[in-house]
Ligand binder design. Structure first.
Ligand code: GLU
Length: 394
């Protein structure tokens, strides 16, 4: 079984036992409501495609669609389960789901990418909708791709339903603040944790792994809201760049443009001597093999599932604090939820309104998690899962 799926399931089983649910109830919760397994075509080739609709107790299934060569059904199952926990931990009135296509989008032309995206939406059209399942972007998907999918979906079902997808461009009915939302939410969650620890005004250093949408906006918003937290290293899928004097993310959209930085190999970012490490790339970045050498004292999970279960045991044993994905990266789905609400009410909120609402929801979720962890002697992740399952089962 996929490592992330095994980890997510065992974290749920442990939480459900703490909450005294019987095995039958736990296993029923773990089973997805629906699993759609199909194929999509682009440029004459076919690719495996998935949409797992995990849980809709609190509202329509909700979660992104990723395009990545390593996508498998088990990976999508794990990510769908994490979405159910994430939306419930944030107290949103939506459920959990995830989609994916096993394709390297860099191998496609623009026309093929559009063909693939449209085929995905057409095949899924009977099973989604603003009241059933509301997909969004994830790894390697964005507002443009979501725009093609929404257009194809509306043509297939024969009526307008902009609330069927979130993460849309503004011109397609998207929300202000959605693009930066996951990164911004990470800053909000980290800021709240640091405030509780009386560390908010300390001159701490930060290293960010992954410089796509999430890592980039995290670095940018961090500089705006907490200039005392100094970004000293960033990494993408090729290299790590280190500059002890600090990196100004507001001017560095592409790390390769960074002057006077030390260039190291891709994985060097994990071992950078920074106070805070922010994995914002893919799952399983921190494993039992490298967990013992992570110098950071705080890890903010902006990717989904970046720390394996074995690695987390080592980190917690060493006193490293982990802000788990299901809260730390919930900013994206929170603003997706706000976008969906705006679509349903035919409203368009200002960026300031959206950001205020995002901060409100995420601060509540972060505080609840920290308080429960402290009161019950749990890790942050255990506390977040307990809070979510309390809303999902029972
Ligand atoms: N893909 C994002 C996540 O993993 C956002 C999902 C959404 O906006 O529905 O949380």
């Amino acid at each position: 079984m996929n490592r992330m799926l095994a980890t997510a399931q065992s974290t749920v089983r442990e939480a459900a036992r703490r909450l005294r649910h019987d095995d039958e109830t736990i296993e029923a919760f773990l089973r997805a409501a629906h699993e759609h397994v199909f194929e999509v075509t682009a440029g004459g080739k076919t690719y495996p495609a998935y949409r797992v609709q995990h849980n809709n107790k609190l509202g329509p299934f909700k979660g992104g669609i990723r395009f990545h060569p390593q996508v498998t059904l088990d990976e999508v199952r794990a990510l769908a389960l994490l979405m159910s926990i994430k939306t419930a931990a944030a107290g949103l009135e939506v459920g959990g789901g995830k989609g994916g296509v096993a394709v390297d989008p860099r191998s496609l032309t623009e026309a093929e990418l559009e063909e693939l995206s449209r085929d995905y939406a057409r095949k899924l059209a009977p099973y989604i909708g603003s009241d059933r399942d509301v997909p969004a972007p994830d790894v390697n998907t964005n507002g443009k791709i979501i725009g093609w999918m929404l257009d194809e979906y509306e043509k297939t079902v024969g009526h307008a339903d902009p609330g069927c997808f979130t993460g849309k461009r503004l011109t397609d009915g998207g929300s202000e603040g959605r693009e930066a939302a996951t990164g911004r939410g990470g800053v909000v969650a980290l800021g709240e944790y640091l405030a509780q620890q009386h560390l908010l005004h300390e001159p701490l250093t930060v290293a960010v792994q992954g410089y796509g949408n999430v890592g980039y906006y995290f670095a940018k918003v961090l500089r705006e809201l907490h200039p005392n937290l100094k970004l000293i290293a960033i990494a993408n899928s090729k290299h790590t760049w280190f500059r002890g004097s600090g990196i100004d993310a507001t001017t560095v959209a592409n790390p390769a443009m960074l002057a006077d930085a030390m260039v190291m190999d891709r994985d060097a970012i994990i071992g950078i001597d920074a106070d805070i490490l922010v994995p914002a790339a893919l799952e399983n970045a921190i494993t039992e093999e490298n967990a013992a050498v992570v110098p950071a004292k705080i890890i903010v999970e902006l990717a989904n599932g970046p720390i394996t279960a074995g690695a987390e045991r080592i980190l917690l044993g060493r006193g490293v604090q982990v802000l788990p994905d299901v809260v730390a990266n919930a900013g994206g789905v929170i603003v997706s939820f706000l976008e969906w609400r705006q679509n349903l009410k035919h409203e368009h909120w200002t960026e300031a309104e959206v950001n205020a609402e995002l901060a409100d929801i995420l601060l509540t979720a972060t505080r609840e998690m920290i308080i429960r962890a402290r009161q019950q002697g749990l890790s942050h992740r255990q506390a977040a899962f307990d809070l979510a399952l309390g809303r999902l089962i029972g």
